[in-house]
Design a protein around this ligand. Structure first.
Ligand code: SF4
Length: 164
């Protein structure tokens, strides 16, 4: 028997406490499974390197945790714990093919300026596999921060990482 599980989520990129409350109040009546708050992604993590943002970040995450105590749907996105996390290379970008409106394939969805080919190219997978990127221009955190960390740990600690 085939069954389908549907999970719905709304999320907001939280940059201030007032906004967290405003977003929650505006959307709490929705029939969703998760109301998620995530951090801002910036080139090289520059946004959170500004020292004045450290206290602000603590306030924001505390506000999200307080809401989560009242409403179990409220989720502190895991990237709040990875604000300075970056691996030496990106192994996880192969897991996505990000396109722009012209069908051009980007290195990854964070790098619309680095086009590696077109989705209709016969050899687009080879082009994507060959492409190199400048990790200094990566957004931190990014959508692949967690899988990259997982793979890096697997490479270091597990006997047969290529079988996972
Ligand atoms: S921005 Fe993220 S997905 Fe893109 S190359 Fe850098 S680490 Fe990989």
């Amino acid at each position: 028997m085939l069954s389908t599980i549907t999970v719905s989520d709304i999320q907001w990129m939280a940059t201030d406490v007032e906004g967290v409350h405003r977003f929650y109040e505006a959307n709490r009546g929705l029939d969703v499974d998760y109301i998620s708050f995530r951090p801002l992604e910036s080139t090289g993590g520059s946004y959170y390197k500004d020292e004045s943002r450290a206290f602000q970040t603590e306030e924001i995450t505390a506000a999200i945790k307080a809401l989560a105590e009242q409403d179990e749907r409220v989720t502190l996105n895991f990237k709040w714990n990875m604000l300075d996390q970056q691996e030496d290379s990106c192994t996880a970008q192969w897991a996505q093919i990000a396109l722009n409106e012209r069908g051009e394939v980007m290195y990854c969805c964070h790098k619309p300026y680095q086009i590696v080919g077109h989705v209709m190219d016969d050899d687009i997978l080879e082009k994507k596999a060959r492409a190199q990127t400048d990790m200094r221009m990566c957004d931190i955190p990014c959508r692949m921060t967690a899988p990259n960390m997982f793979v890096a740990q697997a490479m270091k600690q597990r006997k047969d990482p290529y079988f996972i």
